[in-house]
Design a protein around this ligand. Sequence first.
Ligand code: SF4
Ligand code: SF4
Ligand code: SF4
Length: 307
Amino acid sequence: MATKEIKTKITTALRPISEHRIKIIRVIVQIISFGLLNGAIFGLGRVSVLLPIEFPTGAQFGTTWNAFEALQYAMTFWIFPYLAISIFALFGTIFGKTTCGWVCPFGLFQDIFRIIPIKKKKVSKPTNKNLSRIGIGIVIFVLLMSFIIGLTYMRSGAKSAFGTGKDMPFSTIDPASTLFASLYYYLRWGIQGTTLGAEMGDWRFIFFLRIIIFIVVLVLITLYPRAYCRWFCPTGALLGIFSRFSLLGIRLNKNRCLSGCNDCEQACPVQIPILTFDRDVTDKMCTNCGDCIDACKEGALKLTFRF
Ligand code: SF4
Ligand code: SF4
Ligand code: SF4
């Protein structure tokens, strides 16, 4: 067989890999991250690292701490959450929402749901933008709740009246917490047998609320890729405040974008209007996942530090 023919065959065989090279690397990173975050399975100990991702501190095999939980926890004890806020600001301004695209286990979980062969739906651009405001609304509500609990704690020295949500109000219904912590505990020890069930009188209500929210989220992420990330996640919403100014991000080179094919926008799981940006894609929903880069045949997009 002629050398040229062999080369052509190899190139054709490798095309699917080269066309999805960032996605392949990203999935590998997501899987390794998932393993490290659950490192206690392999004998790893817990490290003093706060991460802005949706992975509960209370996960059975967890090795890290959840920044949004830490933020709530500090506030309910009437402590200003300097550390958690600094983590969000630091990660957000340097890496944007890269942890969402590459590390967060609940992001990986949603990516797995993208594989389900059901036709994915899109919402209009204004609707997408409006729905994305819900996440920041949840942040405000949770912070307000934490503030009130903290105030009660300051005045009476107790906060047990707030039941299961007394330390971290959002974790009571957080779907990531349900998936990575509660379901495991429920299956292992039974609904009422868990600490969660034992310490509150309202366990039935909380249990069913958790499950209903979780099912609703499952339906949404099956139909709308990364729906929880773009519309509801408070961790993502907090990171998004800083990610608009992030150093690491997607840059568009309009001189190379000659075809205007729109493949990048079609590939974007969170429906970012990439082509409306002059150079840097600064949308708060961008997770730096790189799907748009893979999709662009002209090489007009790249993930880079934007100094
Ligand atoms: S937006 Fe929330 S759930 Fe989605 S990847 Fe980021 S931290 Fe995880
Ligand atoms: S703009 Fe690109 S990197 Fe950002 S979320 Fe969309 S596909 Fe991913
Ligand atoms: S995929 Fe590339 S060439 Fe096509 S519109 Fe997007 S940036 Fe332009």
